[in-house]
Ligand binder design. Structure first.
Ligand code: COA
Length: 416
């Protein structure tokens, strides 16, 4: 089956996570993604936290599937020449080097645009161009702090907290993918390429927009009625950390189930969304709460929300997280077990949908990865192994018109 992005050639000048997550997604959907790596070492994540000596680390394999690897020293003149040839033939160049690195290499936006006016140049940086921090190198947790996620995550009596979800890295890569696809559609209309830039700070903040809502509400009324601090605690002039309360405004909490004393994940998340109150009362065997003025409305419940959660925990005490959800789902109550990575890895539904996939790899044997979270009616993205360092160098060079002798002569700039 023809994949939608077949025929789109992408120079993948990315490393670590933010850039690779973007180009991996585009590769799943059919783009020809050529990862340009430094001879000798390649993407630094090939070597980080290896679990099998001499085989690429899982971090690398899980972010670079479906790509080709071209080793090329792009700081040497012969390497630059190869890159220029590739640029002339490509639709997109994606990079997430530190600030100024591409310019120092001699490939500024102006130069790239001159080499190929139709090419889209897509960049991830920590901060946007012109920002007072735009000279900073940035990793995931730095971005979570700079984008408002850390100050609003965690418990009010603890420090700012980092999420395990890659809000700074993969999330930024997803934003960039949307930017690239938009620029490709734009090019169909104008015939011109353009520069697409996404900053990690902006991408984190985009996911924290509800907290910016809360900042404005707080400034207007002085309190946030759906936060655990209301009505007994104090509010300052900044959005506080709300623990496990629902970020969007639905009061909810992580509640203990049977076995929590020994199993750190024997919990469910339970949301008391307004419309679910009646079924919740029925499920808990508390029909008298339905019309009780002390419980009937969200406003009435908030002052004693933790007493309500306590009652629900008493109900959960003899039920595992799975048993509890099986009962609650029959009442149409929004809830979920707190799932571990082990449970997710073995989840038959995720295996069947292609969200968790097992990929054969030349050196590792097989490994698990997260496949496309986006599902299509006409295409099932297939995940193939990440490339070995320089696995496709000669193939790519030949496709650019280099003869066998030329390829031999380039050995200095392409050595693995
Ligand atoms: N051949 C020759 N040189 C190469 C090369 C190649 N194929 N590929 C990269 N390089 C060089 C670059 O030209 C650059 O050299 P220079 O600094 O002398 O100009 C260097 O390798 C890479 O620099 P940099 O990207 O700054 O790497 P780093 O390890 O110092 O920093 C990051 C890593 C991730 C902090 C930094 O790249 C960054 O801030 N990126 C933007 C934000 C981002 O994406 N963060 C990571 C999210 S997962």
């Amino acid at each position: 089956m023809t994949k939608p992005l077949e025929g789109i050639k992408i120079i993948d000048f990315t490393h670590v996570q933010a850039g690779p997550a973007c180009t991996q997604l585009l590769a799943w959907f059919g783009a020809d993604v050529i990862k340009v790596e430094r001879p000798g070492s390649g993407d630094v994540t090939r070597n980080q936290l290896r679990d099998i000596p001499d085989a690429d680390a899982l971090y690398f394999t899980m972010l670079n599937s479906n790509k080709k690897s071209l080793t090329l020293d792009t700081k040497k003149p012969e390497g630059k020449e190869v890159l220029e040839r590739l640029i002339r033939e490509s639709d997109v160049l994606v990079e997430n080097f530190g600030p100024g690195a591409l310019d120092r290499m001699g490939f500024s936006w102006e130069r790239l645009n001159e080499l190929n006016p139709k090419m889209i140049v897509a960049s991830v940086k920590g901060f946007s161009d012109g920002h007072h921090y735009d000279d900073l190198k940035v990793y995931e947790n730095v971005a979570q702090c700079a984008g408002g996620a850390a100050s609003t995550t965690g418990f009010w009596d603890g420090p700012p907290t980092i999420s395990a979800a890659a809000l700074g890295d993969s999330n930024t890569g997803m934003h960039l993918a949307i930017g690239i696809l938009t620029a490709l559609l734009g090019r169909d209309k104008t015939g011109k390429g353009q520069k697409v830039a996404v900053s990690m700070q902006d991408s984190v903040l985009n996911l924290c927009r509800v907290k910016l809502r809360d900042q404005q509400r707080l400034e207007r009324v002085g309190y946030l009625e759906e936060y655990p601090q209301y009505p007994h605690g104090e509010f300052s002039d900044v959005v506080p950390r709300g623990g496990n309360a629902g970020g969007g405004g639905q009061p909810g909490w992580v509640l203990k189930c049977k076995g929590w004393e020994t199993d750190p994940n024997a919990y469910i998340y339970f949301t008391i969304q307004g419309h679910a109150w009646e079924p919740i009362c029925k499920a808990l065997g508390k029909p008298e709460w339905i019309d009780d003025p002390a419980y009937k409305t969200a406003e009435a419940r908030q002052p004693h929300i933790f007493e309500i959660f306590g009652t629900i925990e008493a109900w959960l005490a003899d039920k595992t997280k799975f048993e509890a959800v099986d009962i609650l789902r029959k009442f149409d109550i929004p809830c979920a077990p707190v799932l571990t990575m082990k449970e997710l890895a073995n989840d038959p539904s995720l295996r069947a949908s292609g969200t968790i996939v097992e990929v054969p790899h030349k050196k590792r044997g097989s490994y698990l990865t997260v496949g496309s979270p986006i599902k299509f009616s006409d295409m099932k993205p297939e995940v193939t192994a990440s490339p070995l360092l320089g696995e496709h160098t000669d193939e790519v060079l030949a496709s650019l018109g280099y003869s066998r002798q030329d390829i031999f002569n380039l050995r200095e700039v392409k050595a693995v």
